[in-house]
Design a protein around this ligand. Sequence first.
Ligand code: XIL
Length: 347
Amino acid sequence: MRLRLAGALAAVLVTAGLATGPAAQAAPHPVRQPTLAGLAERHGRYFGSATDNPELSDSAYTRVLGGEFDMITPGNGMKWYATEPQQGVFDWTAGDQIVDLARSNRQRVRAHTLVWHSQLPDWLTSRQWTASELRAVLKKHITTEVRHYRGKVYSWDVVNEAFNEDGSYRDTLWYRTLGPGYIADALRWAHRADPHARLYLNDYNIEATGPKSDAYYRLAKDLKAAGVPLDGIGFQAHLALQYGYPTTLEDNLRRFSRLGLDTALTEVDVRMQLPATAEKLAEQATWYRDVTAACLAVRRCVGVTIWDYTDKYSWIPAVFPGEGAALPWDEELRPKPAYQALREALR
Ligand code: XIL
C-alpha cells in the first residue's frame, strides 16, 4: 500500500513538473495526462463516445471507454427493434447494460433514439396502420421507454433524421401516416415521461448551412414559438474527407444557440477512402480539431460525442464499402493523429 501510494505520488509530481532526482527519471507509472473528458470539463463541456453491447466484453476496449469519456451513447441498444421487439413487449437488456456501465464509470448517457425510420421491428413495418392506431403505438413506445430511463439519462434524441437533403420532410412511416405533427407530439410525450431529460432532434448533413439545416432552423423556431419542449439540436457530423469540411459549422451552431437551444455534435466520425495514408490521417486530425474548436466557440454547444472511439468498432466499413479509418483510435486501440488533435483543441 505504501509503495503504491509513493508511486502514485511520483506520477502526480512528474505530471506537475515538480519531481527531481532518481524518482523523476524512474517514474514507476507513465506520466499522467488529463483525459479528453477532463480537458472538455474545463470548458464546461462533455466529451463522449458511442458504444455498443457486443464490444463490452473487450476489456482493453472498455478500459479506454471508461477512462477517457464522461458521456456515452448506446449505438443500438435503445433503438426500437431492441427495446420493443414485439408489440407491447419491452426489452431493456441492452440499454440497461449501457446505463449500468455509465454509472459504474461515473458517466452520463445521451440516449438514442425514440422515433426513426430505420432499425424498426418487423411488426411495426410489415402492416398498415391507421393514423390513430399508429399514434397510440408511438405514444406508448415513447412513454414506456422514456419512463424506464427517467432520471438515468441526460438527454434523448427524440426524433432522428426527419428531413431530406432538400429540406422537405422525409417520407417515413411516421410522416406518411401522422403528418409533420408527429415531431411535436413525440417531444411532448417524452417531456411528460421525463421532465428533466434534455430533448433533441438529431440529423446528419446539417453541419453546414444549407436547405436541410435551414429546415431544422425553421422547425426549431416554430416549435419554440408553440411552446413545444425542445431543448437542442444534435449535429451528427458523420463527415467524409472526400466531401470537404463544413466550414459554416460554427456559424450554424451559433444561429441555433440564438434560438435558445443547446447544440451538440452527437455522432462525429471522419471517414476516408481506404487505404488510409499519413496525409489523409493528418487531414482527418485537423477536421477533428476544427469541429471540436467550433463547438467550444459557441456557448450553448454542450459537448462532442464520437461515434465510437476506435476503428475496431466503427460502423463505417459495413455501410460505406471501401471507406473507413474514421475514428481517433486505430483498430489496435492506438491513438491516431486525430486523438492528439482533439487534445490540442481542448487544451
Ligand atoms: C448505426 C450503428 O452504429 C450501427 O451499428 C447500425 O448497424 C446502424 O446504425 N446515424 C444514427 C445512428 O443516428 O443510429 C447510426 O448508428 C449511424 C447513423
